[in-house]
Design a protein around this ligand. Structure first.
Ligand SMILES: Cc1cc2nc3c(=O)[nH]c(=O)nc-3n(C[C@H](O)[C@H](O)[C@H](O)COP(=O)(O)OP(=O)(O)OC[C@H]3O[C@@H](n4cnc5c(N)ncnc54)[C@H](O)[C@@H]3O)c2cc1C
Length: 341
């Protein structure tokens, strides 16, 4: 039987993890990742990479929790293996602090991360402007290391990698039987989806090796995330802004907000600015669509719209996308179902 030919469009965390999941879960197919940009030039490379979920208003919470749990468990296993350093995945503990007690004192993901509890009075003394906080251990997945690691695994399992900009998903027909659309913001054009828009974010990568605990303001706007080779200071959220150039004034503001939380950062050096465009959508799109044109049919599995939390849920959503691809492959192999495709 000829292999079913699958094109995965996009090489951010969504595209690469989906290609890995398909190669593990869907037998009898050949996979090609097609993308105009690869690591280190994707939005995913700019991510701070902390596993702290963002809430998708149009997606049921139990579903979001499942995606987060699957991602956490997957990365936790990597963090506990000899691959941890090569993959850029590690555990990190710290504090999430609030200036007033939040409506939801215990978030839905509290029992997925490790050791979640409210901060004690003694811990809160470090943050005199804050009255409430959580402390927990989570994971940090450093995309500039994790994405090349995923790419290496893909090449090792025979997946082809193609640098190409796609103007229309139909360009991939008839060379491919199924398309998986992981193009993030590119879906505005490729899927004609006006619900997806950029939320620009700027961060600083600094050298401050003495900072070992993460600190996150409850709003998620100001954060200090220590990693393997640097500390990420953030951030900003500019809805609808497509600009990819760093703004010096914003960098100063981020730095002073972070120093207010951790004054020792005044001694940080080698400050580098990064800007990325989060692919925002009210609900993440994980869905099969059958495109039809002039009697031709092309099944497309959409997997995009991860917004601020793509690293936190990527493995769970990639597993779901691979299951949808498996259904399309089975339909193509079944004559009665194929006639409906
Ligand atoms: C400043 C910042 C901090 C963040 N911090 C975190 C965090 O701490 N935790 C967390 O969970 N998330 C975080 N995120 C969010 C996370 O980065 C995103 O949710 C995630 O990277 C989205 O991944 P993606 O693969 O869908 O998109 P992308 O990484 O944008 O990948 C899209 C891919 O599609 C390709 N593509 C697009 N259009 C076309 C086309 N027409 N033809 C061919 N290829 C195309 C692109 O080249 C790219 O390879 C952060 C984001 C930013 C900007």
């Amino acid at each position: 039987m000829d292999p079913v030919r699958i094109a995965v469009v996009g090489a951010g965390v969504a595209g690469l993890s989906t290609a890995v999941c398909i190669s593990k879960l869907v037998p009898g197919c050949s996979i090609t990742v097609v993308s105009d940009k690869f690591t280190p030039d994707t939005t995913s490379d700019v991510a701070a990479g902390m596993l702290i979920p963002h809430v998708y208003p149009d997606t049921p919470i139990p579903q979001q929790k499942q995606w987060f749990r699957e991602t956490f468990d997957h990365l936790f296993a990597i963090a506990n293996s000899a691959e941890a350093e090569d993959a850029g995945v590690h555990l990190v503990s710290g504090w999430q602090i609030f200036q007033s007690v939040p409506m939801e004192e215990v978030p839905f993901w509290a029992d997925v991360v490790l050791g979640f509890r409210k901060m004690t009075e003694a811990e809160l003394k470090k943050f005199p402007q804050h009255v409430f906080g959580h402390t927990f251990t989570t994971l940090k997945c450093e995309s500039p290391t994790y994405l090349p690691w995923l790419e290496k695994r893909l090449k090792g399992s025979g997946v082809l990698i193609l640098t190409r900009r796609i103007g229309d998903l139909w360009e991939l027909h008839p060379s491919f039987d199924i398309v998986v659309n992981c193009s993030g913001l590119g879906s505005r054009q490729l899927a004609g989806d006006s619900k997806i828009f950029p939320v620009q974010g700027q961060v600083l990568r600094v050298q401050a090796p003495w900072v070992k605990h993460f600190i996150r303001d409850g709003s998620g706007l100001t954060y200090i995330y220590p990693g393997i080779s640097n500390v990420i200071l953030g951030g900003t959220r500019q809805k609808g802004d497509w600009n990819l150039s760093p703004d010096a004034g914003i960098s100063r503001d981020i730095f002073s907000r972070c120093c207010a939380l951790e004054p020792s950062l005044q001694g940080a050096c080698d400050i580098r600015e990064k800007v990325g465009l989060r692919p925002f959508r009210p609900g993440l799109r994980l869905q099969t669509e059958l495109l039809a044109q002039d009697g031709r049919r092309l099944p497309v599995v959409h997997h995009y719209g991860h917004g601020s939390g793509g690293i936190s849920v990527h493995w769970g959503t990639a597993l779901e996308a691979a299951r949808l691809v498996g259904e399309c492959v089975r339909a193509l192999r079944t004559p009665t179902a194929r006639s409906k495709l």
